[in-house]
Design a protein. Sequence first.
Length: 199
Amino acid sequence: MTRRLLNLLTLLSLLLCMAVAGLWVRSYFASDNLLRYTLTAGPLGYRSGEYSLSTWRGVLSVGIIRHEFTRSAMPANEYEIDLQIARSIHAEAARGRWTSRSPDEFRATNGGPLSRFGFLGWRLNERGTGHRGVGIGWSTPYWFLVLLCCPAPSLRLTARLRNRRRRGRGLCPACGYDLRGTPDRCPECGRAVALPSRS
């Protein structure tokens, strides 16, 4: 049971590693952006949230921005204009949540590159009276994600190659004990071993 679970986890880790490597390559040809926009309006004001996941030239970026607008603290016409803009953005985001463009047209960079080494940052942005915005963002290079996904397959492959080499030399695959005197079972660890026959 444990061996099957380990094999399944290794396979899933290998598939995840291959998928991340594929997305890494794709990020140099297409910049993908997944956006979710939320809007909650009430009698006292409204809240909007933007949740984004973006790829750009070897980098994966995740961001969350939340805005709160208080009706009583803002001029009435300014509040209504901001609310209309927020509703139009929400309607547009509901129609097309996933977009893919050329990396040269990636709007989130504002003409500059994303961090290649990853960053985590908080920003508090207060714009005028009655508005409060809070944002957090994180980006990481794809090579780091590939490294996170590949230890299990790498360790299994290394162990398999080591066991094959030990068997070929007449050693116990588990502990490396010399089995020339007792080819059926290892006297050191007690493991039953079927060594390849030599002619």
